[in-house]
Design a protein around this ligand. Structure first.
Ligand code: ADP
Length: 912
């Protein structure tokens, strides 16, 4: 290029000279051969130079110095400015120039100095578009006059390239400025402002700004302007409310947001946009804009944007890439700012924790100088932070320095000391005990920068431990003592247990003895009684009948005594199990009173019974034992009353779900009981006075048994009495509620009813292996008009009963313990045969009481009743009647009364 330039310049000179020379020769020339030759050569040279002039690569224009009128021009001139030669020659140079000033000035200077000048200038194409031109001016001789030769070289492209490079350099410098400014960590607001200014200036825009993306209330992503720089003369938009919480969606610019999210640069010429985006941007005078996304930690954060308010503009790739680099730098700076902020918050947190910590926290630097001393340390040691910071640890006395150093050294070696117990003096001289834990802090190179110590006061704990040690010692002493006592107690208990075992064994032996004895006594007594009854029915003299009656009465008394002793013994040994069956209270009362009514009427006493209407009729419990209690109390009342009446009253006491509490009162108008004896009479063998046995008989066991039974049945018994005024024996019972309210009868009752209908003459099968019992029971039954057939074992009984419905008997009485097939098996087979038929023969079990059979078990086996041997006439008939209860009549409005009925002979009997 430079070479071309000088060639042109030389050519210019030569052309000038040539023209001058040719013109000079013409003016003074002759026509001699030399001259002609010279002229020919001259002409040839002139053509050559003309050729050079015409074909020069630069445009060459020769014009008049004063007027600027173009005298000549070469082909390149015509090409460069698109004028033909005829248009150019004769025209003024100014047609090619936009601004004349500088041009005229340079021309004058060249003219005056006769030198040459070179400068860049903007010329105009024929179509008026500007052309950057490197102009050279020189004064030359042209047609015998001074002329200005101008050489023009089109440097438009070269200039543009240079400008582009300069702009790129400026942008890159702005980008590196941004990196330096933003990452140096100075004032963020000021830094970002200067960066925007520098970037904006480097790419010659009207505004540069940063928007942050954030979610709005409805979750939609919005954008808000955070920073802005505006070029002089351009209206800033930082106060523009529309640029806060800017909705991409409402402005139909969602696609821009999506592109930015995908890390794409958005460029737009505003005039080509659609409404409402266009109106929105034109409102800010924007003609062109470019928006570059900012990402922070790979997450879209927002964008940096640049507005050009002057004209439509194309953004070069250099600009775009530079702006991307700037956006990345801003993203990195934001990330660092966020991290710094997090770090600052973490620092503040740590500081707050250290300040608030109840423990003493200290830090020493590598030289052992105190750098941290928190309020906990102030509390523990008494020195304040200002007193300690910058100096050595104040609480290490000279004698402890070595130990202290060794602890520091261990920590320096990486050991984390944990709960090392130390004792030091506080500022006020008091001793303080504490636990120390340490850690070292290293810098990036691994050098120790600090030793951290955490201490907590254990003085109180130590004191407590000491107290605990004392207590423990005392406790151990007490424990030893206690152990000794326990040992003694254990020995005593063992002895007691042995004694108890012995006592229990003795009691058992006594019980068994009593049971066996009573059984052994009852068997012959029963024989005597049975035979006396049979004998009484044979023809006898009056005297014999009298003796026999006395014999029978004495035997009955003896039997009652034996029964009482047996009962009492069982109750004491808790061998009595209560039945839990449904029964009808009036019937149970009727049964008991019926057997006593005769005795009452013999003494001329009125015997009354009333049951309050609210008393449930059907109850669940042990009716036999209830009968026994009534028999006992009413029997006593009759015995100890000479005239007047005996009354039994039943009232409802309470009622809870499934249970009824009953209150029984047995009132008499007899001799009464002295207050001092009212408690004692409930004990065994206790009587109100010593003459009682003589006058009234009895053993003193009845009330003891009654009171046991009442307790067993969940009640209590007491007496109200005064001598000569009669007595009131009260007892309460807690019984289950029976019977559904519709009053339907159970199958068992229905069966009894049937039996009762037909009981005029029962066909009874007696299965019994003992001949005495066979004879006794058969005789008793036959005496009542029943027919009896006897078999001696279960097998025969089974055969005799036959197959339902052809059973020839109304009742089966069966000894349970027979040789061969026993009663249990026999009953099971009979019931098995009956299954599926309407027939069910009633069965009464016979067994010896000494065996302690469980009546519940018999019922479960399919029996209907139970009779303990020896069988007494009354018991036998009562049991059969028990299956066929007598109805109780009702009297009065509010009660069910039972007046005395003629009945069996007197005598207290247990019902079983
Ligand atoms: P027993 O009647 O066989 O002597 P109990 O235990 O039944 O034995 O009665 C104990 C004593 O209580 C009786 O001996 C009698 O002195 C006194 N006693 C019991 N019931 C009455 C009563 N209704 N009236 C007066 N005294 C009674």
């Amino acid at each position: 290029m430079i070479l071309q330039f000088f060639t042109s310049l030389a050519l210019l000179g030569l052309t000038g000279l040539l023209v001058g020379f040719v013109l000079a020769r013409k003016t003074g020339g002759g026509h001699d051969p030399v001259s002609r030759e010279w002229l020919r050569r001259e002409a040839s040279l002139s053509r050559q130079y003309r050729g050079l002039f015409e074909n020069a690569t630069d445009a060459i224009i020769i014009c008049e110095p004063e007027s600027g009128i173009i005298l000549d021009c070469n082909r390149k001139s015509c090409e460069m400015y698109d004028w033909d030669r005829s248009s150019l020659v004769g025209s003024n140079m100014t047609m090619l120039i936009r601004d004349h000033g500088r041009y005229e000035e340079e021309t004058r200077r060249v003219r005056e100095t006769e030198g040459c000048s070179e400068f860049c200038y903007t010329h105009l194409h024929k179509d008026r578009h500007p052309i950057k031109v490197l102009v050279r001016l020189a004064v030359v001789e042209y047609a015998n006059q001074k002329a200005v030769l101008t050489s023009h070289r089109d440097v438009t492209q070269q200039t543009e390239l240079t400008e582009r490079l300069q702009r790129r350099d400026a942008i890159l410098q702005a980008v590196s400025f941004a990196a330096e400014k933003l990452l140096s960590g100075g004032d963020w607001e000021a830094s970002i402002q200067s960066v925007l200014e520098r970037l904006g200036q480097s790419i010659s825009v009207s505004r540069a700004y940063i928007f942050e993306s954030h979610p709005g209330d409805g979750g939609e992503l919005l954008a808000s302007q955070r920073h802005e720089w505006a070029a002089p003369g351009i209206a800033p938009q930082i106060q523009n409310k529309q640029l806060q919480n800017f909705s991409w969606e409402r402005n139909h610019l969602k696609s821009w947001m999506e592109e930015l999210q995908q890390d794409k640069v958005v460029q737009a010429v505003v005039s080509s946009l659609l409404e409402p985006a266009r109106g929105h941007l034109e409102g800010q005078d924007i003609k062109t804009l470019i928006v570059v996304p900012i990402f922070v930690s790979n997450k879209w954060w927002g964008f940096i944007g640049f507005d050009d308010c002057l004209g439509a503009r194309q953004w070069s790739s250099v600009e775009t890439e530079a702006l991307r680099a700037a956006a990345r730098t801003i993203g990195a700076a934001l990330h660092r700012r966020q991290s710094d902020e997090n770090l600052r918050k973490a620092d503040e947190l740590v500081k707050a924790v250290v300040e608030a910590s109840p423990e003493a926290i200290t830090a020493l630097d590598a030289e052992g100088v105190v750098r941290m001393w928190n309020p906990g340390a102030e509390r523990l040691f008494g020195w304040t932070a200002p007193e300690v910071l910058g100096g050595p640890l104040p609480y290490v006395p000279p004698e402890e320095r070595e130990r202290h150093q060794s602890l520091v050294a261990r920590t320096a070696n990486g050991e984390q000391l944990s709960n090392v117990e130390l004792c030091r003096r506080r500022k006020d001289g008091q001793q303080v005990e504490f636990q120390l834990s340490t850690a070292r802090m290293l810098d990036a190179e691994g050098n120790v920068v600090a030793y951290l110590g955490v201490m907590n006061d254990i003085s109180e704990r130590k004191r407590a431990e000491e107290r605990l040690r004392c207590y423990t010692a005392e406790l151990e002493e007490a424990r030893d003592l206690q152990e000794q006592k326990t040992q003694e107690l254990t020995t005593a208990l063992e002895e007691l247990s042995v004694a108890k075992g012995r006592a229990e064994a003795a009691s058992r032996a006594k019980g068994e003895f009593l049971t066996n004895m009573s059984h052994e006594i009852r068997t012959p007594l029963n024989g005597i009684l049975g035979m006396s009854e049979l004998l009484l029915e044979t023809p006898l003299s009056a005297e014999q009948s009298g003796f026999l009656a006395m014999l029978k009465a004495s035997t009955e008394t003896l039997l009652a005594l034996v029964n009482d002793i047996l009962d009492f013994s069982k109750l004491e040994n808790q061998k009595i199990a209560l039945e839990t069956i449904e029964f009808k209270l009036p019937e149970a009362l009727g049964d008991a009173l019926k057997s006593l009514s005769n005795r009452a009427s013999l003494k001329g006493l009125k015997l009354a019974c009333s049951v309050a209407p609210e008393v449930p009729e059907y109850l669940i419990g042990d009716p036999g034992r209830l009968r026994q209690i009534i028999l006992n109390l009413v029997g006593n009342a009759i015995k100890f009353t000479e005239k007047g009446e005996v009354e039994v009253r039943v009232e409802a006491d309470s009622r809870s779900e499934g249970h009824a509490g009953l209150h029984f009162t047995v009132r008499d108008t007899g001799i009464g009981i002295a207050p001092g004896k009212q408690q004692a009479i409930f004990g065994a063998f206790e009587q109100a006075d010593s003459s009682t046995t003589r006058r009234y008989g009895g053993t003193g066991l009845g009330l003891a048994i009654t009171s046991h039974l009442v307790k067993l049945m969940g009640g209590r018994i007491w007496v109200e009495s005064s001598l000569g005024q009669g007595s009131r024996f009260h007892f309460t019972l807690r019984l289950g509620l029976g019977r559904n309210p519709d009053g339907s009868f159970s199958a068992e009752s229905a069966h009894r009813h049937l039996l009762q209908e037909e009981r005029g003459k029962l066909r009874v099968l007696l299965a019994e292996d003992d001949p005495v019992n066979q004879a006794l029971v058969a005789r008793l039954l036959e005496k009542r008009g029943h027919t009896v057939e006897v078999v001696e074992d279960g097998k025969k009984a089974l055969d005799a009963v036959g197959t339902p419905p052809d059973t020839p008997y109304d009742l089966l009485m069966m000894e349970m313990h027979m040789p061969g097939m026993n009663g249990e098996e026999c009953v099971a087979r009979i019931r098995a045969r009956e299954r599926g038929s309407d027939t069910r023969i009633p069965i009464i079990a016979l067994t010896a009481p000494a065996r302690n059979e469980d009546p519940e078990r018999f019922l479960a086996l399919g029996m209907d009743g139970y009779l303990a041997k020896p069988v007494r006439a009354e018991q036998l008939l009562a049991t059969i009647d028990g299956l066929l209860p007598l109805p109780i009549g009702s009297a009065g409005e509010n009660s069910r009364d039972l007046e005395n009925h003629p009945s069996e002979p007197p005598g207290r009997e247990a019902s079983r």
